[in-house]
Design a protein around this ligand. Structure first.
Ligand code: ADP
Ligand code: MG
Length: 382
């Protein structure tokens, strides 16, 4: 990681007031559930967006990323407009400033320089890391006194309303609230959450992230379409969100939804919420190996019912489980991006090789594989 404090000084000619970090995440289980008031189980990665920040008093925002090759973007706070094209990546930090001001907080400007080790567009929430690190830095510098969940909600509002991505709140909550050695059991209906110990090495296990490096363009519209389909399902069933549908009610609910596409979305959301509950029960009981098949079941549901997987993600799951992994599934929005694999520590090499060989045989570029070490949520570095 480059020294963002030093780079800030070079860029702006003075020292920053502080340095903050916010992580990317992987989601263990509970996918496409967060915009249905559902349950999710993410963990923070060691990969972070790190920002050096100082306040300004002249109503201007300057932002710079060490990762884009672009120059400093300078914006007047009074001119910030939601959904305006042309801001590019700067819309993420600018959106957070806009959201804070829209919520009534007095922000008079900032200089920001950041650099991130979170792979972008890999389903690992590089966008939430940018938003949350910006929100936390401004919260500290301006003494706003907002809690982690409030910052996550503001960051989500920035991404929804300013950038124009209709994401749920999981990514921002994970980046803001996760703790080392734990998964975050989050109920997105009321943001209540619990830190659940997730010490895989102590049990001789490992969780791998496999970044396929594939990004299928159809992902963007498909996400909004799934969201609209889930809302249509809730309307057809007369509930506020699909969260209200319990597993025992599922057969009856499926009979009452006439559209076959919407019906399969309903089935995914209800069964994936239940898979989160089953996973939590297994973790609480110390039956961590039993989580593997639940992950693979979740993948089948995302592939067949929600139809958000792709051949490369399916190949990771097939190759990893074929080589003896306990379970695997795509994670994040799908259509490329990353999968996770739960495996015995002593089969990590076998599984990694098998996935690499399957990709080579299919003519795909080599995937990037690394361990998902449950790491800290957003924090001040200095
Ligand atoms: P994900 O959040 O899964 O990585 P998104 O499409 O939601 O994918 O967010 C990726 C976008 O976030 C990038 O296209 C870019 O605009 C912005 N971004 C992420 N990391 C950086 C960075 N280090 N510097 C500049 N922009 C970044
Ligand atoms: Mg994102």
């Amino acid at each position: 990681m480059t020294d963002v404090g030093r780079d800030f000084r070079r860029l702006y000619g003075y020292a920053p007031e502080g340095v903050w970090a916010a992580p990317g995440r992987v989601n263990l289980i509970g996918e496409y559930t967060d915009f249905n008031d559902g349950l999710v189980l993410p963990l923070a990665l060691p990969h972070t967006a790190v920002a050096a920040v100082a306040r300004r008093t002249d109503g201007h925002l300057r932002v710079h990323s060490g990762d884009t090759g672009q120059g400093v973007v300078r914006l007047a706070l009074d001119d910030l407009r939601p959904l305006s094209d042309g801001a590019g990546w700067a819309a993420y930090p600018a959106g957070v400033v806009w959201a804070l001001r829209a919520a009534g907080h007095r922000i008079t400007g900032a200089d920001i320089h950041l650099a991130s080790t979170v792979p972008t567009g890999a389903g690992l929430s590089s966008s939430a890391a940018l938003e949350v690190v910006t929100a936390l830095a401004l919260n500290d510098l301006y003494g706003l006194g907002l809690g982690s969940a409030e910052l996550a909600l503001l960051a989500q509002h920035a991404e929804n309303a300013f950038v124009g991505v209709p994401c749920g709140v999981m990514d921002q909550m994970a980046s803001a609230c996760c703790t080392p050695g734990h998964v975050l059991y989050l109920d997105t209906r009321d943001l209540s959450h619990r830190q659940v110990p997730f010490d895989l090495p102590a049990r001789g296990l490992a969780l791998l992230v496999v970044d396929t490096r594939v990004r299928h363009a159809l992902g963007d519209g498909a996400y909004a379409e799934r969201r609209a389909g889930c809302e249509a399902g809730a309307r057809a069933l007369g509930v506020r969100t699909l969260r209200e549908v319990e597993p025992v009610q599922l057969p009856d609910a499926l009979r009452r939804v006439s559209d076959p596409v919407v019906r399969s979305y309903v089935r995914h959301v209800v069964t994936d919420n239940h898979r989160v509950r089953r996973t939590i029960a297994l973790l609480d009981a110390g039956e961590v190996r039993q989580v593997g098949p639940v992950l693979t079941e979740g993948h089948a549901s995302l592939r067949d019912d929600l139809r958000v997987s792709c051949p490369e993600l399916d190949l990771v799951v097939a190759a990893a489980t074929g080589a003896g992994a306990l379970g695997a599934r795509m994670t994040g929005g799908g259509f490329g991006g990353s999968a996770i694999v739960l495996t015995e520590e002593d089969t990590v090499e076998t599984v990694t090789k098998a996935v690499g060989a399957a990709f080579a045989e299919a003519g795909h570029a080599a995937p990037r594989v690394f361990p998902a070490v449950p790491s800290a949520g957003a924090h001040r570095v200095r």
